[in-house]
Design a protein around this ligand. Structure first.
Ligand SMILES: [Zn+2]
Ligand SMILES: [Zn+2]
Ligand SMILES: [Zn+2]
Ligand SMILES: [Zn+2]
Length: 422
């Protein structure tokens, strides 16, 4: 693989000439555009890009896509054949990385980057035209941007007044009532139902089925407990509860807010009311352009006190991260059970790499075991690929046909939410 990261060809962004084209249906115009662009991207991957060398090279530097987008790829028709081929390349890249010095950070998920580009495109177009009265009127009529996208708008340079107006409109629209989930968390989030199903299937405490990453499983278990607490109305609002900001308000990222609301329909109303209070306070700061400060250089004008990014201070994301660190600490601190040769290692590739970055001695031993397992999976994938070809289609099929799912879980255990790959 070449060392530079080429920019893959991609489906063109949907043509967007003016803000009027965005403001044609109710709901957040950015969410609508980003969802459509994201669907096109994944469809392009399935139809064409999975066999494109530039795309594969780009995927190898991030060792695939993020869990959410990987689940999207896995749910597409024909995923087994396609991902059997793609995962071979990804595992070869993973094995090389595990065997090498591994100082380079993994690149971001290319589909997430694409979503961010699409959102930037919409916000640029919209904010540039908001000074026009008819555009502002139409914007208000349709409900405007969701709140995560209002916060993202603060990152668009040179549109201080337009961002202030958008934030003011957002706060005013919910001055005397709570905002809905789509306003607070954006959306739609087609992955939320699958996350809930995976969470319900988590193995019980003390059990570690083969193929699960212990760090991913620890994160998922800690998250499950935190979600139950956040959506339990009987627990009050005492300090220190997962999901509480210092002032007692919730500050969950969009995905966790949706997860918490889905986890308990009975508690959703109270949860959303508290989230509205917290987010409205953060948007109110954006709505005061006079309080913005010139940051100079690429920073440009910034809110006087930065508005928290969506999820930047999410306590449930923190709970997950703490659980991972605690689990990895166990590998750093004490003697470990001897590696099981032939079976899947206890950490996914991402967490082996994280362990090695934190503790080279412990991480190097784990990386050697993981590289060995990557080699075994590559052989299985090669066999599954061979049996998938026309000439060998009549051969009986065995466990190698599910190697692509085990490979996805081995690259990132969070693809299956900490559950074993099935
Ligand atoms: Zn939105
Ligand atoms: Zn992604
Ligand atoms: Zn993991
Ligand atoms: Zn979160």
């Amino acid at each position: 693989m070449p060392s530079a990261t080429p920019v893959p060809r991609g489906p063109s962004m949907l043509p967007l000439g003016s803000a009027a084209e965005l403001l044609t249906r109710s709901g957040c115009p950015a969410c609508g555009y980003v969802t459509e662009a994201g669907d096109r991207y994944l469809a392009w991957f399935a139809l064409e890009a999975h066999a494109d060398p530039d795309t594969i090279t780009r995927l190898c530097v991030s060792l695939g896509m993020c869990p959410r987008h990987t689940r999207g790829l896995m749910s597409q028709p024909g995923a087994a054949v396609r991902l059997t081929a793609v995962c071979r390349y990804l595992l070869q890249a993973a094995r090389k990385r595990l065997a090498g010095p591994g100082r380079r950070r993994l690149a971001a998920c290319p589909a997430c980057e694409r979503d961010q580009d699409a959102a930037g495109h919409v916000l640029d177009t919209l904010l540039a035209e908001l000074p026009a009265a008819e555009i502002r009127e139409r914007y208000l009529e349709l409900g405007g941007l969701c709140w995560p996208h209002v916060r993202a708008a603060a990152g668009v340079r040179g549109r201080r007044r337009a961002v202030g107006w958008v934030a003011e409109a957002a706060v005013a629209s919910t001055a005397d009532r709570r905002a809905g989930l789509d306003v607070l968390a954006g959306g739609p989030d087609h992955d939320a139902e699958l996350r809930a199903r995976l969470r319900a299937a988590l193995p019980p405490e003390g059990r570690f089925p083969p193929g699960t990453c212990r760090a991913c499983l620890a994160a998922a278990r800690a998250e499950l407990v935190a979600l139950a607490r956040a959506s339990d109305p009987g627990r009050g609002r005492g300090p220190g509860r997962a999901g509480d900001a210092p002032g007692g308000e919730l500050c969950l990222c969009p995905a966790h807010l949706r997860d918490a609301a889905l986890a308990s329909a009975g508690a959703a109303a109270a949860l959303l009311a508290r989230q509205t209070r917290y987010q409205a306070a953060s948007l109110a700061r954006l709505a005061q352009p006079s309080a913005w400060r010139w940051g100079g250089g690429p920073a440009g004008w910034r809110p006087g006190r930065p508005a928290p990014a969506a999820g930047g201070d999410c306590p449930m994301c923190r709970v997950r991260e703490q659980a991972v660190q605690q689990e990895l600490h166990g590998y750093r601190a004490g003697p470990q059970a001897p590696p099981v040769h032939g079976g899947p290692p206890p950490l996914c590739v991402r967490h082996v790499l994280a362990l090695r970055a934190a503790d080279p001695a412990a991480g190097t031993a784990a990386a050697a075991t993981a590289a060995e397992h990557a080699g075994a999976l590559i052989d299985e994938l090669a066999e599954a690929f061979r049996k998938g070809t026309w000439a060998f289609r009549h051969e009986s099929r065995g466990t190698e046909m599910t190697a692509w799912r085990r490979a996805a879980a081995f690259l990132d255990g969070d693809v299956f939410g900490g559950c074993p790959p099935v």
